[in-house]
Design a protein around this ligand. Structure first.
Ligand code: GLN
Length: 495
């Protein structure tokens, strides 16, 4: 049976036409997950999943189904779920079961989607390779020696290995786009504030944004329709007045690309970009020209500063957000301790992994009295300059382009265990961080393969960045490419 290779769109039709049942579909995916050796799933509960599937079948029979009813989905383990454990990839929350569902989970449940389980990720979403999970790394389905990217590595691997037709991810500095690129799937990080952060375990609140990942842009539009919208329980959720309106993100999917101006930033094609990635991205740009678009050379001069700025702002916010994990209210508590201070220290030393501890230290340092102006405030100023770089080319009557395109990452997926230096991981985020700092929407779509320094076949992603609220446009720009190419249809061997 090849139900697992179908897109959400196709599965939706089969379900509505009663050619398959939600229960059959859920069982088929659960069986695949059980056999998988990728370590993509952290928590699976057959009974919970099948209960949701039975509800979906009843809804389809009663004629009250939505297009997503009965379609399976899995959630990054950063979204809290009633029933399934919610660990954020951390020992700190190893046994944590949330008493409520994240807004995003609630919305998918309300649409009738069937949850397959929770997906592995870097601890508290800090990482670029999914090697920082307390529950072990995830393997890249294309090449088991390679990382799947991070921090939503379990999410991307699950879609690539066809263990789920769609998943959720979160992107703070690239964690939807980069693993999507490394695993050859499609993912979109929406405009900051579009998707509720309520029940999304916080890393860096001013950057964190949830989004969908799937095989196609069309599927991402379907998922984003259910996922986005104002939420009064998230204080940074965009209100309707601010533009956080419910919309059909698939409404533009059939717009032709004639006249589309694509900005090509010179900073995204400089030193450090691997030849195999550059070749695939340039070929994709040429395809867009064939489809009627024009290429415009642009400059985003502050791109290089995104790394130092992000790696101060994100840890600063993380150090504050993670102070709640103190052994008193949540999760892990050390066994033997002398007094309260000792309990805090031992609990946090045992519960947090090395990368999380490193970020708490950096974050606390840059927020210290005496260093605040020199580091944190300066980083915030750079953040403003980075946003202005984008504004200059994308906004207003002087805009020179409608979207921006370039690589998602400088290389294809690297080998598991090969990049142990944290700074080497940080540098690989060069093309994704500035979009996050500016709060802009960005996508990754598969556009070819490279080899890295090996003989394996490792996917390359094309990044598409747009102005605030331009998700529908981005999804169409991606969809048109996917109508004209086959990259998104490729699957790892043996699928
Ligand atoms: N790689 C970046 C980091 O480690 C981004 C992570 C993310 O987007 N969650 O912080």
């Amino acid at each position: 049976m090849s139900m697992h290779t179908k897109t959400i769109k196709e599965l939706s039709t089969l379900l509505q036409n009663k050619e398959i049942s939600a229960t059959e579909l859920a069982t088929h995916f659960l069986d695949r997950i059980e056999k998988s050796e990728l370590n993509a799933f952290l928590h699976v509960d057959r009974a919970l999943t099948l209960a949701q599937a039975a509800e979906a079948d009843a809804r389809i029979a009663a004629g009250t189904a939505t297009p997503l009813t009965g379609v399976p989905i899995a959630h990054k383990d950063i979204f809290v779920t009633q029933g399934w454990r919610s660990t954020a990839g951390s020992k700190m929350l190893a046994n944590y079961v949330s008493p409520f569902d994240a807004t995003v989970v609630q919305k998918f449940n309300a649409a009738g989607m069937v949850t397959l389980g929770k997906l592995n990720c870097d601890e508290f979403a800090m990482g670029s390779a999914n090697e920082n999970s307390a529950f072990g790394p995830v393997k890249n389905p294309w090449d088991h020696a390679a990382v799947p990217g991070g921090s939503s590595g379990g999410s991307a691997a699950a879609v690539a290995a066809r263990l789920a037709p769609g998943v959720t991810g979160t992107d703070t500095g690239g964690s939807i786009r980069q693993p999507a690129a490394f695993c050859g799937i499609t993912g979109i990080k929406p405009t900051y504030g579009r998707v509720s952060r309520f029940g999304m375990i916080a890393f860096a609140s001013s950057l964190d944004q949830g989004g969908p990942m799937a095989q196609t842009a069309e599927d991402c539009a379907l998922l984003l329709n259910a996922m986005a919208g104002f939420d009064e329980r998230d204080s940074t959720s965009l209100t309707p007045e601010q533009g956080g309106v419910e919309e059909d993100f698939g409404r533009d999917l059939n717009q032709p690309l004639a006249g589309l101006r694509i900005g090509v930033p010179k900073e995204y094609f400089g030193e450090g970009l691997a030849a195999d990635v550059e070749a695939a991205v340039r070929a994709a740009l040429a395809k867009y020209v064939e489809l009627g678009a024009t290429l415009v050379d642009i400059s985003l001069p502050n791109t290089a500063l995104s790394i130092p700025a992000y790696y101060m702002i994100a840890p600063a916010e993380a150090s504050s957000n993670l102070s709640r994990f103190d052994g008193v209210r949540f999760g892990h508590r050390a066994d033997g301790y002398k007094d309260l201070q000792d309990m805090y220290k031992k609990t946090r030393a045992e519960g947090f992994g090395p990368e999380v501890q490193r970020r708490i230290m950096v974050g606390t340092y840059v927020l210290c009295h005496g260093y605040y102006d020199a580091y944190y405030l300066k980083a915030q100023r750079i953040r403003r300059l980075i946003a202005q770089d984008f504004e200059a080319v994308l906004s207003g009557p002087n805009a020179v382009c409608d979207v921006i395109m370039g690589p998602v990452a400088p290389t294809v997926a690297w080998d598991l265990g090969s990049k142990s230096d944290p700074v080497a991981n940080y540098l690989a985020d060069i093309y994704t961080l500035s979009t996050s700092l500016a709060g802009l929407p960005g996508m990754s779509i598969p556009c070819g393969f490279g080899q890295g320094d090996k003989n394996g076949k490792r996917p390359v992603g094309l990044q598409i960045i747009g102005n605030y609220f331009a998700e529908a446009k981005l999804l169409n720009v991606a969809h048109q490419f996917q109508q004209a190419t086959e990259w998104h249809k490729q699957a790892p061997s043996g699928i």
